[in-house]
Design a protein around this ligand. Structure first.
Ligand code: AMP
Ligand code: GLY
Length: 414
């Protein structure tokens, strides 16, 4: 379920799974149509999705985006007896409510930034006085990674709380360090690491300009060493899984922990209850084995009984090509050509995010993030070089991309 680059990568990898017979996407996009039958069903419409799944005798429903999870579409499907990869609405609060997650961390001594939940503008202003700067201000709801202000000065902080007005906010301590994302498969009390990644949230090169859903990503994130990954699993992910299970709202699906690797060790910045986009595009090509079977084991509570997931040991880099104007109002309708030329570069797959077919059958842009150009190689540097060679082969006059995806890794290498 879904229609973005993340779902294209999932569909591509599921299609390669020996256990996958028929693959249906709701609603999908032209890229997903290469691997799946696309059916015009809205992922937010629980009844329509349930009806489709039943009528087609679906063995596993994989929910890509957060909105249907938070809205309880997974619960409706499970109530109808279907196997679902993705958490219940109650467990999806780990992403849907930052306040919920912060309270859970505090109650379970899970390392994260100190915080305060406020409800009114007056409370927010008072909290700013206590925290000083830098300080971080977050809207307490789903905001696609865009509801966060990291304020370096009091003036910026005051402007952010004034703009938010009355309403729930989380005000929290600024954490210093490098960010990395850890993707763990969780079913109830069992949690195993799947992969790591780093992304680039800002629209501009040098990590400047407004935040976006992500302009590029790579996997693995070497900065998250196996020691730090084990520490994050033991101190953050597993205590969260146990706390959710103990509360009667066990988590099932992929838990995406946004971590700050601070000097004191990994700290949780936020959880997402689904794969990241574009992190998923970078991760999928590295997963070995039968992905459909793996996700089915999670969906049916058998994660503890199977071999842990395996990665190929290779590196992947995803570069997003977005429509001009993104993350603001993006130009749509621009023609996209020569994807085949890009995919002739070794190790490259071009996943579709916001694409559509014009009435004349031409591939055109219809969203902010349009393509997720992904390359795999034995080394990070080669994967990156292949990704940019592929990007350069694409003919999309209305598009733009960042040339510096993975700059931290390049810097480390030199
Ligand atoms: P979030 O939506 O919570 O992931 O926040 C978006 C981005 O804001 C994160 O990826 C970080 O770059 C930054 N951020 C969030 N919380 C903090 C924090 N406590 N300290 C420093 N940066 C933060
Ligand atoms: N790339 C960040 C996210 O999916 O939330």
């Amino acid at each position: 379920m879904g229609s973005g680059g993340r779902e294209d990568a999932l569909a591509w990898r599921l299609r390669q799974s020996p256990s996958c017979g028929e693959l249906i996407a709701a609603p999908g996009n032209p890229g997903i149509g290469r691997w799946a039958e696309c059916v015009a069903v809205d992922p937010m419409d629980a009844r329509a999705v349930t009806e489709l799944s039943r009528s087609r005798s679906i063995g596993l429903v994989v929910i890509g985006p957060e909105a249907p999870l938070v809205a309880g579409v997974g619960d409706a499907l499970r109530a109808a007896g279907l196997a679902v990869f993705g958490p219940s609405a109650a467990a999806a609060r780990l992403e849907g409510s930052k306040g919920f997650t912060k309270d859970l961390c505090k109650a379970n001594s899970i390392p994260t930034a100190d915080y305060e939940r406020v409800e009114t503008l007056a409370e927010a202003r008072a909290a700013l006085d206590r925290f000083g700067t830098p300080v971080v201000i977050k809207a307490d709801g789903l905001a696609a990674g865009k509801g966060v202000t990291v304020a370096m000065t009091l003036a910026e902080a005051e402007a952010a709380v004034d703009a938010a007005g009355d309403g729930p906010l989380v005000i929290e301590e600024f954490l210093d360090g490098e960010e990395a994302s850890l993707f763990a498969l969780v079913d109830g009390e069992t949690a195993v690491p799947l992969a790591s990644a780093q992304d680039h949230k800002r629209v501009g090169e040098g990590d400047t300009g407004p935040n976006t859903g992500g302009m590029g990503a790579y996997s693995p994130a070497p900065v998250l060493t196996s020691e730090l990954e084990a520490q994050a699993m033991d101190e953050i992910v597993r205590p969260t899984a146990r706390a959710m299970a103990a509360a009667g709202t066990p988590f099932s699906g992929v838990l995406y922990a946004g971590l700050m690797l601070s000097r004191e060790g990994p700290r949780l910045i936020e959880y997402n209850v689904r794969f990241g986009d574009p992190e998923c595009e970078a991760i999928m090509p590295l997963i070995e084995g039968d992905l459909a079977e793996l996700l089915h084991c999670v969906a049916t509570g058998r994660l503890a009984q199977i071999e842990p997931p395996r990665l190929s040991g290779r590196h992947s880099v995803t570069v997003i090509v977005a429509a001009r104007g993104y993350p603001g109002a993006a130009a749509s309708g621009g023609a996209i050509r020569a994807i085949e030329a890009a995919e002739r570069v070794e190790g490259v797959t071009v996943f579709h995010a916001g694409t559509a077919s014009s009435s004349g059958g031409e591939l055109i842009a219809k969203g902010g993030r349009v393509l997720a150009v992904t390359a795999v190689a034995e080394t990070f540097a080669n994967a990156r070089a292949r990704a940019y060679r592929a990007v350069d082969a694409i003919d999309f006059a209305d598009g733009f991309h960042r040339r510096d995806i993975g700059w931290r890794e390049l810097e480390r290498a030199s």
